[in-house]
Ligand binder design. Structure first.
Ligand code: ASP
Ligand code: MG
Length: 406
């Protein structure tokens, strides 16, 4: 007998038939003797619709009322699932964030969970009742409804699993696990059986969006074992766990990519102390998050080129911010490029192995792909290339690190 949290995303509860299918899956676990708490998203597309209502009603909307509206999608699905379970003879009750309560900070629209009260739920779980909990929502310090940011029901599920001391948090979705790379790019992508929290975080931050990043951070902090699996099959999915649980550490576990990158080069920046702070200060003030940075050594100790990457969505704002400062900063020219992509290879095994980066550079050289920027961390190597080579690069690296399915 285990205590598990099962989370079902929007496509898994897209209509009443799908909700009935979810009820059957929950019943199976209950029949096997497990204690089950369920966390649900809204029906797929529903939250988008609610957000649209809000922005249509008011351009500079009040964030508290935004939350009051967009949190309603989950109220529908939890009530319906509780009914479906009851009809199958399984005792079940729905719970909204404020009823538990799931307490959050007051940052409406992307609140953080601070605590989850579990006394009542524990009692009911022990009696065999299924608790069906609305994801994505909580209650703030002012007793108003808060939401956790888009995709936030993953985080609700992990927080609930941590608070309940659950053995596992199963996240049911429309993919059957986490893959070594995007299967749309190469059919040789393989489902990963086990991945560490750290690797999963890196995969998520570079575009493999299976789980909300915050939910992985929380799982890592609270050591919640998370499984990502499909609500359409009975196959095991991908387990996201602590490094200790993985005996054979892969050198590289996955190849991720992101096309949402842009590159700015400032040509002939005066080489003097304080210049980097003067450039990146105004960008930070504007909430622009810079990623890779390279600065060349200046030949004549007078001027140097500085290149950095940032999200494509921030490119125009960054460009105008820096252009407004051109005289003050003293650079000669600003060059912006949207046609770049970031490719990353990720693996905890690279901490203790040499030559991992070299293999990457060789694989790209063989394909004649030019590397524009390189950056590394303990478990990740990222390169920036021309966007048109994204697929070629991902496939080449997937093969080079021995990740291809047979
Ligand atoms: N329904 C919310 C959203 O669409 C939360 C979630 O699905 O995780 O963002
Ligand atoms: Mg999601």
């Amino acid at each position: 007998m285990a205590r598990i949290v099962q989370k079902f995303g929007g496509t898994s509860v897209a209509n009443t038939d799908r909700i009935k299918a979810v009820a059957l899956r929950v019943k199976k676990a209950v029949d096997a003797g497990d204690q089950v708490a369920v966390v649900l998203s809204a029906m797929s597309g529903e939250t988008n619709k609610l957000v649209e209502y809000v922005t249509t009603m008011s351009k500079l909307y009040d964030a508290r009322e935004y939350d009051a509206v967009v949190a309603t999608g989950e109220q529908v699905t939890v009530g319906l699932l509780a009914l479906a379970l009851q009809d199958l003879g399984v005792p079940a009750r729905s719970w909204l964030g404020w009823q538990i309560p799931i307490r959050t900070d007051g940052v409406h629209g992307r609140a953080r969970i601070e605590s989850v009260e579990t006394e009542e739920m524990q009692k009911r779980l022990e009696k065999g009742e299924v608790c069906v909990v609305a994801g994505f929502q909580g209650i703030g310090p002012d007793n108003r409804i808060t939401t956790l940011g888009r995709g936030g029901s993953d985080t609700s599920a992990v927080a609930l699993a941590a608070a309940l001391g659950a053995d596992r948090c199963d996240i049911y979705t429309d993919v059957d696990g986490v893959y070594t790379t995007d299967p749309r790019i190469t059919p040789k992508a393989r489902k990963i059986d086990k991945i560490t929290y750290e690797e999963m975080l890196e995969m998520a931050s570079v575009g493999a969006k299976v789980l909300q990043t915050r939910s992985v951070e929380l799982a890592m902090k609270q050591k919640v074992r998370v499984q990502v699996l499909s609500s359409y099959s009975d196959e095991p999915g991908t387990l996201v766990v602590d490094e200790d649980e993985i005996v054979e550490k892969e050198l590289v576990s996955g190849v991720a990519y992101s096309r949402d990158e842009a590159k700015i080069t400032l040509v002939a920046v005066p080489d003097r102390p304080g210049i980097a702070a003067a450039i990146f200060g105004p960008l930070a003030d504007n909430g622009i998050n810079v990623d890779m940075i390279v600065q060349n050594i200046s030949q004549d100790a007078q001027a140097t080129d500085l290149t950095f990457t940032l999200p494509i969505a921030d490119l125009d704002r960054a460009t105008s911010t820096l252009q407004a400062q051109q005289e003050n900063l003293g650079y000669r020219e600003l060059r912006a490029d949207k046609n770049v992509a970031k490719i990353s290879v990720i693996g905890v095994g690279m901490r203790s192995h040499a030559g991992v980066a070299l293999r990457m550079f060789q694989a790209l050289a063989e394909k004649g792909i030019n590397i524009q920027v390189i950056s590394t961390s303990e478990i990740k190597i990222s390169i920036l290339i021309a966007e048109e080579y994204t697929e070629l690069a991902v496939r080449a690296l997937h093969t080079a690190y021995g990740l291809d399915a047979d």
